[in-house]
Design a protein around this ligand. Structure first.
Ligand code: SF4
Ligand code: SF4
Length: 276
């Protein structure tokens, strides 16, 4: 079973929820798909093996054989190629590795140049995997695709996704059986939750909500959930002890023992929903 944990924006408690789940579901595999800022390792403290580079293909041109026709530039939807006075200029930073230019070049003078855009790191037992995109690299999807190759099928998998609703998130949750959306009971939290719910619904994923930093009145979120027919799976209380534990780099379940029980009961409910 693959459970994706996502949120409309960063800092809502996505990593609190995904690492908490990974800590109580034994055995399970945690995959940090937040490749621009992976931080699950801080809390789960895995012993990593050597990093595996993530390579992508960037087009390069054999200038001696190029006739300067410009077909490669015309087909590139990302403006990563320009042909100026018959000279081909390639901008690797904005290339999305789609491969269209190789097909468009009738002369067949474009070839693939490999470049490393990030790494995959995992522990020996393959229960912890994280992707890291190199700073300045604009396209994270190839790192997510590589991460997915290390996904296990014999134990539950927790995907800690990037915040937002970008193509990175779409790629991460494409094969998820269930989505947990983490939010806070504030107007900003609700706004971003609506975006995340829209994405999960569009992809026809079963979903539930976790309210982080829950207070006495969470009606802003619970009213929305009632209207949309979405289950509130769990509430994590607003608590200085949890915040302090988190800021020390420890799992919040250590600050409040009742959280372990709540995570276990949330997992049981999700299993039932997925089965149904
Ligand atoms: S691979 Fe795709 S994005 Fe990259 S230069 Fe070619 S057409 Fe443009
Ligand atoms: S399509 Fe091929 S031949 Fe034409 S400009 Fe591009 S690289 Fe040169």
């Amino acid at each position: 079973m693959i459970i994706a944990v996502l949120s409309g924006k960063g800092g809502t408690g996505k990593t609190t929820v995904s690492t908490g789940l990974a800590a109580v579901i034994k055995p399970s595999q945690y995959i940090d798909c937040d490749v621009e800022e992976p931080n699950g390792a801080i809390f789960l403290k895995p012993l990593m093996c050597d990093p595996i580079p993530v390579k992508v293909g960037i087009p390069a041109v054999d200038k001696a054989l190029c006739n300067g026709c410009g077909d490669c530039a015309k087909v590139c939807q990302f403006n990563a190629i320009a042909v100026v006075k018959g000279n081909v200029l390639i901008f690797p930073e904005i290339c999305h590795h789609c491969g269209a230019c190789y097909i468009a070049c009738k002369q067949g003078v474009l070839y693939v140049d490999e470049c490393i855009i990030g790494v995959i790191e995992k522990n020996e037992r393959n229960t912890f995997v994280q992707g890291k995109l190199n700073i300045g690299e604009p396209v994270a999807v190839p790192v997510i695709k590589q991460l997915k190759k290390h996904q296990r099928t014999d134990i539950p998998v927790i995907l800690d996704c990037s915040p937002g609703a970008s193509c990175t998130v779409v790629q991460s949750i494409s094969d998820a059986d269930y989505c947990i959306l983490v939010t806070e009971p504030t107007p900003f939290g609700l706004h971003d939750l609506e975006i995340a719910v829209g994405l999960a619904k569009k992809l026809r994923k079963p979903l539930g909500i976790v309210i982080n930093k829950a207070c006495k009145d969470n009606s802003l979120i619970t009213d929305f959930c009632n209207r949309e027919g979405i289950e509130v799976l769990m509430e994590i209380p607003y608590s200085p002890e949890i915040a302090q534990t988190y800021s020390r780099g420890d799992l919040p379940i250590l600050a409040d023992k009742r959280l372990t029980e709540s995570f276990q009961s949330m997992f049981s409910r999700i299993k039932k929903r997925v089965k149904r």
